[in-house]
Design a protein around this ligand. Structure first.
Ligand SMILES: Nc1ncnc2c1ncn2[C@@H]1O[C@H](COP(=O)(O)OP(=O)(O)OP(=O)(O)O)[C@@H](O)[C@H]1O
Ligand SMILES: [Mg+2]
Length: 259
């Protein structure tokens, strides 16, 4: 492997300098963390699956004209992305009550929400990513009113698209987290979807059994995380029946046909 400058090491991914200015390489690790790093484990094969699933989702988003940072997948664990200025918000879209919404508001997990709800959390591990309102976001200058409008419009499009995509393969999109960034092209700036969209950042329930096919398996010590993520990849047609999620050795990787 060639020497590359490491720009940032996070909990689940590493960012390296890309081959051209304005690009980065996003490397998916096998580390799983929850509750702001209080719980940590290494789960063989998770990074490979998230790289593939996130690639699939971002390619589809690009195809329908939702701007993203994704350029192309490079190998089993890495993808080439455009470097953006991350807006320090986690944008959460919820369709069904689960997780912190259920805990805070006492709404039973699995309750269909009257409409999709968008929440913002300030990305700050020291503060435990606190929930914030648009008032906080504009007052503290994390994003402008116009940018918030753009983020909400993106979040709604991504939610509608992903809900349909997963429904088509028998999976309910309960909620997901999205990160956005500012991408400059000449003097123009636009907001694009960044980071990853994978079973680490979504709640995905089997439509019939309500089985969890996402990171809650780790958060709640249910086991079977790689099997669940593989199931998502299999249903989306990313890996074929019987293909091992956790390659024992070099495995030929099929890529999307060039457009
Ligand atoms: N296109 C991009 N350009 C620049 N930074 C990005 C881009 N996409 C994602 N990032 C950032 O890269 C990091 C990915 O690493 P990882 O997800 O492991 O971080 P993390 O430990 O979850 O920390 P964080 O709280 O910052 O997300 C995140 O900080 C994310 O905001
Ligand atoms: Mg992250």
């Amino acid at each position: 492997m060639s020497r590359r400058r490491r720009i940032y090491e996070g909990k689940a991914k590493v960012l390296y300098e890309g081959p051209e200015p304005g690009t980065l390489i996003q490397h998916f690790k096998d580390d799983a963390t929850a509750f702001n790093n209080k719980k940590h484990d290494v789960i063989d094969g998770k990074g490979v699956l998230n790289n593939r699933i996130s690639e699939y989702v971002f390619l589809k988003l690009n195809e329908i004209g939702v701007p993203t940072h994704f350029i192309k997948r490079l190998n089993m664990r890495e993808q080439l992305i455009r470097e953006v200025e991350i807006i320090p918000l986690e944008v959460v879209v919820r369709n069904v009550a689960a997780g912190s919404l259920s805990t805070r508001l006492g709404i039973e997990e699995g309750t269909q929400l009257p409409r999709s709800i968008i929440e913002f959390y300030y990305k700050n591990d020291q503060l435990n990513d606190p929930m914030v309102s648009e008032e906080h976001i504009t007052a503290f200058g994390w994003a402008t009113t116009q940018e918030i409008d753009d983020i909400i419009a993106l979040a709604i499009r991504v939610n509608d698209f992903l809900s349909g995509l997963f429904l088509g393969v028998g999976i309910r999109l309960v909620d997901f987290k999205m990160e956005c960034g500012r991408l400059w092209e000449n003097d123009m700036m636009r907001i694009v979807v960044a980071d990853e969209i994978s079973p680490d950042s979504c709640r995905l329930w089997d439509i019939k059994s309500n089985d969890k096919l996402d990171k809650d398996r780790f958060r709640r010590d249910m086991g079977g995380l790689v099997e669940a993520y593989s199931e998502v990849a299999r249903r989306l047609g990313i890996i074929s029946e019987g293909e091992r999620a956790q390659p024992a050795g070099p495995v030929l990787v099929k890529s999307e046909p060039e457009k």
